[in-house]
Ligand binder design. Sequence first.
Ligand code: GLU
Length: 326
Amino acid sequence: MVISPTVRGRFAPTPSGYLHVGNALTALLAWLQVRQQNGTFILRIEDLDDKRLHPKYIAALFEDLHWLGIDWDEGPESGGPFSPYHQKDRTHLYHAAFEELKNRGLLYPCFCSRKQLRAFAVAPHGVTSEGPAYSGKCRYLSEEERLRKATDKTPSWRFILPDTPMAFDDLVYGKQTFAAGAGGDFVVCRADEVFGYQLAVVIDDAAMGVTHVLRGNDLLDSTPRQLCLYQALGLTPPSFAHVPLIYASNGERLAKRNGQMPLRSMRKEGLRPQHLIGYLAWLTGLLVKPEPIELLELIKEFDVRKIVRHRIVLPVNWSETLMKSG
Ligand code: GLU
């Protein structure tokens, strides 16, 4: 085993539902990447947006991760040198970064309504994982227009994307290039004063010394935005590995929100962790056969280069078969 005590990785779930196999896969792979290099694994709860979250999901998350055999060296229960590990308790850090960016003229207030924003979806700018790409409408408002609009509406704040293309090497998907301004200027602070995911994740990963980010490929197009923030704030970015998402047999995303296949229900039906881990490792390309395996055994099979790049579609009745084999 290569000893790299400086390797630090994390799993950073948003507790808006019970863990499903897709989240479990991301957690497993992030854990394996860190454990294989004898690094430090961090659990961070991304609970900035109160409305979508419930404490019962956090308690269930701990149980599900423990059941899978995933442990963490730093996190909400155990604490650690970069406490707190809940984003809702870290807003002072996002606030400081927000002020810095604002004072440096890198942000502008945006007064666009939801309706206007939705209309951008059909414009040539397209849609990103965060919704319609912003056209930049409010970027060039005069100071007077801003003051006038601010009397009617509290603005959100957007980060001005630099006028240069962005590129990075993803450990799974290889070289990724993005045109200048791809996705449009993004929100770092909403009108209701909730800080945006992009800002919070960058501040936390940097403050927690994260060297390895492994997460779902739905966030691939967030990475150039995050790299812009790293650059603007003079922070060192981690390496990035994006992993395929799992889809149900009907092609739909497994969403925590729509209650598809929560892990805890499958556990109650008799699913055993070794069976699920072996099956997921096979789907991901880490194992050649879908055989049960102990998580610790899988560490030596992990290689980020083995991870498949195609979307993973679960066969019909996959869970029944697995639960019976338990
Ligand atoms: N909180 C995000 C999610 O649950 C993940 C963020 C990240 O890994 O960068 O999808």
